[in-house]
Design a protein around this ligand. Structure first.
Ligand SMILES: NC(=O)C1=CN([C@@H]2O[C@H](COP(=O)(O)OP(=O)(O)OC[C@H]3O[C@@H](n4cnc5c(N)ncnc54)[C@H](O)[C@@H]3O)[C@@H](O)[C@H]2O)[C@H](O)CC1
Ligand SMILES: [K+]
Length: 489
């Protein structure tokens, strides 16, 4: 899994990569520029007539100069705007790439840029080398960039955004950010979505193993991480191997939650799913999910279940007692979602009873309910680590780039998913998937890795056809396709 380093570690990573591979830092910069231009050709407006490239004096600017040359070579009309004065100390790579600019590319200073120009703007002003407070001229450069009405694409990171911290000052408001090698931590904070726009990760040939010598507890979960995490089943596998699970979900008016989580669990591969619902609501489950069994009271012997989920749509009314009974009679990890999280926040004495290793899946509001009000993602992640370690529990903070917070302090950011998944019931689907994997004998970590990634991927698959019309049932329907796309039998 790809480690997320700090901005300060980038230089050491680059130096080690360069030395190990016998290349120069200019070669690495060229790779970055080539990766950027290859991606550029896939975005809307990539054939824009005019491309305005703002370049700083450091290596981010160096990327910009190299990109300018390559875009020019592929037939685009490019103008470069230098964001430094004649006497500024340039990085050797930036200088070298500036020298390589062909004479057809206009070179101007940033203050000559007319924000009413047509075209598209590339922001290669400041990268991960930016630190402290912006100097006053840098603020003016960023204001000029932001006054441009067309689309803006940031190289590595929007200029002005610190790589590992919260934004605290002016910053380029990008429509796209193309980041190199690994996503900078601050690009994953939801409060920065307005300045990062859509984020893409560009490979510049640094292998995951080259990160191992660096300390760090944050990771980025990608498609190639999934296949190795899955259990292998074989031709003698029987339904018992795929797990018996119990899902406690739904109540009058919210029975959809039970149907969605049970169906998602079955589509994820569960062998046997039992749904605990009120007797008067049984028909709805029996008719909608004939594959599931239904029970009306909590079975005496819970140990026969390989995994249990509780929460979606159960209501907060009298269920604290039910939660306590399950906690006292079951020792394996449980998935706790939605109303179960609210009940826990109202009855904090229950926290000590939650089976160790259980998974809580709060969205941001539920997170604040149980862990206390948080101001931002940095604060949230710190609180999450403390909570998970204190109670020996796992949290899955839902949102774009959902974060798996493990009891050992690691944070794993998910890369799959789309905005079309912001739809009622998507969380119930995730609960069903996580419980299914736990029931199939996956550890909590593996269940969360596969569950959160494939949930996002199912959303992407559904969204390709259904776009903003995607509903939770479409995500469920796409779950089997995720196994196909990932090559998992
Ligand atoms: N592995 C990779 O990710 C690669 C990254 N590349 C690119 O290199 C930059 C980092 O380059 P670096 O030279 O270290 O720094 P920057 O260009 O980001 O910034 C230096 C530049 O910024 C000025 N500056 C710093 N602080 C301030 C401030 N407070 N106010 C105003 N100006 C400030 C400083 O004076 C310098 O001029 C990375 O982001 C990538 O884009 C490589 O090209 C390939 C490998
Ligand atoms: K930038």
């Amino acid at each position: 899994m790809l480690k997320i380093l700090s901005g300060k570690q980038v230089k050491t990573l680059d130096a080690a990569h360069i030395e190990f591979n016998g290349i120069t830092s200019l070669d690495l910069m060229e790779k970055a520029a080539l990766a950027f231009v290859a991606w550029w050709k896939t975005i809307p407006l990539n054939d824009a007539l005019q491309i305005h490239i703002f370049c700083g004096a450091g290596n981010n600017g160096g990327d910009g100069f190299a990109i300018a040359r390559l875009l020019h070579q592929s037939g685009r009309v490019v103008a470069v705007f230098k964001c430094f004065d004649e006497l500024a100390k340039m990085s050797p790579e930036a200088f070298s790439n500036m020298e390589k600019l062909p004479s057809e590319i206009q070179q101007k200073v940033w203050s000559e840029f007319d924000p009413d120009s047509d075209g598209i703007l590339i922001d290669a002003f400041l990268g991960v080398g930016f630190s402290g407070r912006l100097r006053s001229e840098a603020v003016e450069v960023i204001q000029r960039i932001n006054s441009f009405a067309g689309k803006k694409v940031s190289v590595d990171i929007p200029s002005g955004l610190p790589s590992d911290e919260l934004l605290d000052g002016p910053c380029v408001e990008a429509d796209y950010t193309a980041t190199f090698a690994f996503p900078k931590l601050s690009l994953l904070f939801p409060e920065h979505s307005q300045v990062t726009g859509e984020m893409v990760l560009l490979d510049i040939g640094i292998g995951d193993e080259e990160y191992s010598r660096f300390s760090g507890s944050c990771f980025f979960l990608r498609e190639n991480d999934i296949a190795g995490v899955h259990r292998k089943f074989h031709r003698f596998s029987h339904k018992g191997d795929f797990g018996k699970i119990l899902i406690v979900a739904g109540s009058k008016g919210k029975m959809g939650a039970a149907i969605l989580s049970c169906t998602a669990a079955l589509r994820t591969g569960s062998g046997l799913v039992t749904s605990l619902v009120a007797e008067e609501e049984r028909q709805i489950v029996q008719i909608s999910v004939p594959e599931a069994m239904v029970t009306f009271s909590l079975p005496q012997d819970l140990s026969k279940f390989d995994a249990i989920a509780i929460g979606p749509g159960i209501g907060v009314g009298r269920n604290a007692e039910l939660l306590a009974t399950i906690f006292k009679n079951y020792t394996n990890p449980i998935v706790l979602d939605a109303d179960a999280i609210t009940i826990l926040s109202q009855n904090p004495e229950l926290l000590a009873l939650v089976p160790k290793g259980s998974i809580l899946t709060p969205h941001l509001t539920e997170f604040d309910r149980i862990l206390g009000k948080t101001e931002n993602h940095q604060d949230r992640l710190a609180k999450a680590s403390e909570f998970c370690q204190k109670w020996n529990l796992n949290l899955l903070i839902k949102g774009a780039n959902s974060v798996i917070c493990l009891a050992d302090g690691r944070h794993i950011f998910n890369s799959s998913g789309t905005q079309f998944m912001a739809t009622g019931g998507a969380g119930d689907v995730l609960t069903g998937m996580l419980t299914s994997f736990l029931g199939q004998g996956y550890s909590e970590e593996r269940a969360m890795i596969c569950g959160v990634f494939q949930h996002g991927l199912a959303g992407e698959i559904a969204g390709r056809k259904k776009r903003r019309g995607t509903i939770a049932s479409d995500i469920i329907e796409a779950i089997p396709d995720t196994f196909v796309e990932l090559g998992i039998s």
